[in-house]
Design a protein around this ligand. Structure first.
Ligand code: WTA
Length: 651
């Protein structure tokens, strides 16, 4: 058996069992699902696929596993848009609200399942009239408006895989993705609203199309009503096309393994990878996890996932999972501080949101802003809270639990990736005793283990997270590059999927995610994860957010440099820095004391909200900065460089 590869120091011993009241009403409140899945995981998934998904033709083989290539539910045919729309309408639930949509300026739309089916069918016919056929790729570059899920579902209806590109991406990023996917049609908008200004999407889209050769038509949704450049013949207005479109479009019968979509994820340097997700397995995984992880009661819950649909979280948990389950969801177009820092809480109150799913970076921002904003609204309908995207620091977890959830709602910390298609490691809220900061255990049917450098399983302690068996929502490959697929995910440890994340298992068998393995530091021979030092810093009541990196150091190999954002009105000072060092030493040990603490108002983040430690490391080591184009706000780095030069170091 392996030795711990990453040492684990941070000790968090608070526990939160589900309340009796929550258990009484929960879909699952014991380990029956876990047990059933362990006895026969393939049979378990087959059962879920038949229960949660409507098939035109049942499958005959559950799984064909030719490592690392999986096929699920072979022989089955289905249509994802039929599962998300028609079957609910046919069952008499056409009047049920699918989406409460709220635009940033305050305009709203209430869209029922029947409305959505009508709009999707008409747009599917529009796509056909533009020459899109089954198998053709369609690029989508839209803000968070209803036309975005409409476009995705219309593609799914006619069997044309979509490639959604997040609206915050640059023209260059869009161009690369269009070229790689050889997309035939691009769907975009004049613009979208963000912090009170119109973001000019069409201008970027036009720039992106220079140097591409496959796009035949551009469909443009009117959102901001700004004047935009328009290329006659190529460009068409969405509303004009829709006016004449027929509302009847029978769903294509798709094979379980037909491509549903591509979603590009960037590595740190190399060209983005087109992650491939197919139809039957993906939908099963999205629907199963959405139902059980959030304990969805579709008749009474109002569910809100705050991610952008341009990321995988939005694909699986705003569009496909919730609609397959017939849920009522909220979609919000804009920024959380427009017009005020209570915007999200105003929306949650207005629609009576019961389930909220957001990211640690957002939670830490709310902590920084202060409790008065959530306190000014009635959030008493909330009953389940979720977190995704990064390790959540225990203190941020507890803050979320207390100030958003009123010390009443279980917080499900969900670990997964674009590549996994759906949630993999997570509590079930009516079953699992929670520990703040831990994603707890693999979901029923999922095999996950932590291994050491050599690939030996570790029972307790820190190492690398791996997945030990195929799962229905898994990526089927990287578009056009099977070699890279094998190389990236399946070559490091034989027979295992390598996720790229560090993870520790505690004495009770709980999984604690430690961040990307590139974020492990080596301090005087101790392999310490940045996540643990960050959590120790955020544990201090004055700290809202912290990012830690290891910078080269002559004596200790690497030295810990901490970038710290203080809460609300707290002022930085040398004393405060010293006090924080002491706090970390107390929480995880003396060697964990940051050598330098740099106070900063903001941290550099990617557009999906992940802290870019690579840039902070460059700053700490005094290097010229590499590529900063994926940064949400490049100005943050300049500010941090200035602060870094002024910060005292500890000897
Ligand atoms: C990180 C987002 C800790 C992790 C769904 C993973 C997490 C990467 C968690 C995937 C979590 C996501 N705890 N880390 N609950 N959720 N991550 O592809 O490093 O945008 O590998 O998918 O985010 O990011 P992606």
């Amino acid at each position: 058996m392996g030795e711990a590869t990453i040492e684990a120091y941070y000790l968090e011993d608070r526990t939160f069992p589900p309340s009796d009241e929550f258990r009484r009403n929960a879909l699952v409140s014991d380990d029956a699902l876990h047990k059933e899945a362990e006895a026969d995981w393939e049979g378990f998934w087959a059962g879920q696929a038949r229960e949660l998904v409507t098939w035109f033709k049942d499958f005959d083989t559950v799984l064909e596993w030719d490592l690392p290539f999986a096929k699920w539910f072979i022989g089955g045919t289905l249509n994802v848009s039929y599962n998300c729309l028609d079957r609910h309408v046919e069952a008499g639930r056409g009047d049920k609200v699918a989406y409460h949509w709220e635009g940033e300026p305050g305009d709203t739309r209430t869209i029922t399942y029947a409305d959505l089916l009508d709009e999707v069918s008409r747009f599917a016919n529009v796509l056909k009239s533009l020459g899109v056929q089954k198998g053709d790729r369609v690029a989508i570059y839209l803000p968070m408006i209803p036309e975005l899920p409409v476009a995705m579902l219309a593609c799914a209806r006619i069997g044309a895989p979509h490639s959604v590109v997040f609206g915050g991406f640059s023209a260059d990023a869009l161009r690369g993705r269009i070229i790689d996917a050889e997309a035939k049609v691009l769907i975009t908008a004049d613009g979208g609203w963000r912090r009170g200004s119109a973001v000019p999407l069409k201008v970027s889209a036009d720039e992106a199309l220079e140097g591409t050769s496959t796009i035949e038509h551009v469909v443009v949704v009117r959102r901001t009503e700004e004047d935009v450049p328009f290329t006659e013949g190529r460009d068409r207005w969405y509303d004009e096309l829709m006016r004449d479109a027929d509302g009847d479009c029978p769903p294509e019968h798709m094979d379980a393994e037909d491509l549903l979509y591509l979603l590009y994820t960037s590595g740190t340097t190399a060209k983005p990878k087109g992650i491939m997700h197919t139809t039957g397995g993906y939908l099963t995984h999205a629907a199963f996890t959405h139902k059980y992880v959030f304990d969805l009661h579709p008749d009474t819950d109002v569910y809100w996932c705050g991610a952008d649909i341009g990321w995988v979280t939005g694909h699986s948990y705003i569009v496909y999972g919730p609609l397959a389950n017939g849920a009522t969801s909220v979609i919000y177009e804009g920024s959380p501080d427009t017009p005020g820092k209570d915007r999200l809480w105003a929306i949650a109150e207005k629609y009576g949101v019961t389930i909220l799913y957001t990211a640690p970076t957002a939670i830490r921002t709310f902590m920084k802003w202060g409790t008065e904003f959530p306190e000014s609204h009635d959030l008493s309908k909330l009953r389940v809270l979720g977190s995704v995207g990064e390790p959540i620091n225990p203190e941020a977890w507890v803050w979320y639990w207390q100030h958003i959830g009123g010390a009443r709602c279980p917080v499900v910390d969900t670990w997964w990736q674009t590549e996994t298609g759906g949630i993999m490691i997570s509590p079930l809220p009516g079953v699992t005793t929670l520990k703040p900061g831990s994603a707890t255990f693999p979901l029923p049917g999922i095999g996950a283990e932590v291994v050491d450098e050599q690939g030996n399983k570790i029972e307790r302690g820190g190492g690398y997270l791996t997945l030990t068996r195929p799962w229905p929502g898994m990526l089927r490959g990287i578009y056009g590059d099977p070699e890279r697929y094998k190389q990236t995910y399946w070559s490091r440890f034989e027979g295992r999927y390598f996720a790229g994340d560090g993870c520790k298992i505690d004495d009770d068998g709980y999984f604690w995610l430690l961040g990307r393995i590139d974020d492990v530091m080596n301090i005087s021979g101790h392999r310490v994860s940045t996540t643990e030092v960050e959590s120790a810093l955020v544990d201090d009541q004055n700290v809202a957010e912290a990012a830690v990196v290891g910078a080269k150091d002559e004596t200790t190999g690497q030295a810990i440099i901490a970038y710290v954002t203080l809460r609300g009105s707290v002022e930085p000072s040398d004393d405060r820095g010293e006090q924080l060092r002491e706090h970390v030493a107390k929480k995880i040990g003396k060697f964990g004391r940051p050598k330098t603490i740099i106070f900063t108002d903001d941290l550099p983040k990617t557009r999906s909200g992940k802290i870019m430690r690579r840039l902070l490391k460059d700053v700490a080591e005094g290097r010229d900065l590499g590529d900063t184009t994926t940064l949400a706000d490049p100005a943050v780095v300049d500010e941090i460089k200035k602060r870094a030069q002024q910060s005292p170091q500890e000897d």
